[in-house]
Design a protein. Structure first.
Length: 274
């Protein structure tokens, strides 16, 4: 009987001294687990705590990468004061307003937010060789700087991209600094009464319209960089024995020959980005 009474007392004492478990609350949700990691030579205990960081919300649509079809997209109708420019995917263009003209085009360069296209029919006085225009776009192609014509705003939704057959076979797809590169259209603008026009194409061919001769010639060219902004351009004319090398100083979109510094050859405008 005494043994039974003693057991009852011990049981009651143990029950009273055991701490009451605390239920989890919203402010105390972090748990810790212990994992035993065994290797052939050692045994370690590692502790892992779940992250207490608040999950990040999904990226908003405005922060998503710009879709490929909106990058430097020319296709559509563009407007500015008293002028509109319409370009279709098949290689046709039309200007309406202060300038009224139309024709076809090819793409000579396409990189980053820039395209360079060759308009046929824009200048009727250079023997049909075409005129390059540089187009610089904002990120979603809603605004565009287009050569010397200046800034345009898109007035139609983006629905198409230029057909692949409108691109020149060897179009420029790596970024270039047009202020220090010969690609495009160049014209003598001062220093002589004859305003010759050169087109330097990305495939290494060129067209030269001679204002004095009144005709256009074609051929191939290559460029050799020299020191202090000088370059050598080698010309080899088609259907002729004419071939020569001319040294030019090239800087900020202007070229001139040594001893003919007053004759300035200027590239067509590289417009500001919108």
């Amino acid at each position: 009987m005494k043994k039974l009474s003693l057991l009852l007392v011990l049981f009651a004492f143990g029950a009273c001294s055991r701490p009451t478990p605390t239920p989890p609350t919203e402010s105390s949700t972090t748990t810790e687990t212990t994992t035993v990691v065994e290797t052939p030579s050692t045994t370690k205990e590692t502790s892992t705590k779940p992250s207490s960081e608040t999950p990040k919300p999904p990226t908003s649509s405005s922060e998503k990468p710009i879709p490929v079809y909106t990058r430097a997209n020319l296709v559509g109708t563009w407007v500015q004061d008293d002028q509109s420019l319409t370009i279709d995917r098949a290689g046709n263009w039309a200007l309406d307003g202060a300038i009224n003209s139309s024709g076809t085009f090819t793409v000579g360069a396409d990189f980053d937010q820039t395209k360079m296209i060759k308009l046929y029919g824009f200048n009727q006085n250079i023997g049909g060789i075409g005129t390059y225009f540089i187009a610089n776009f904002n990120k979603d192609s809603t605004k565009m700087g287009f050569g010397y014509l200046g800034q345009f705003t898109r007035s139609t939704d983006i629905a198409n991209t230029i057909n692949s057959d409108v691109f020149q076979a060897n179009y420029q797809n790596e970024p270039v600094d047009f202020s220090r590169n010969v690609l495009g259209t160049w014209t003598i603008v001062e220093g002589t009464e004859f305003h010759n026009t050169w087109n330097y194409n990305p495939d290494g061919t060129f067209e030269l319209y001679s204002d004095g001769r009144g005709d256009a010639r074609t051929g191939t060219y290559s460029v050799k960089p020299l020191k202090n902004n000088w370059i050598d351009i080698s010309y080899d004319f088609d259907n002729s024995d004419d071939a020569y090398i001319t040294a030019y100083h090239l800087s900020d979109g202007v070229m001139w020959e040594q001893e003919f510094e007053d004759i300035r050859i200027v590239r067509n405008t590289d417009p500001a980005f919108p």
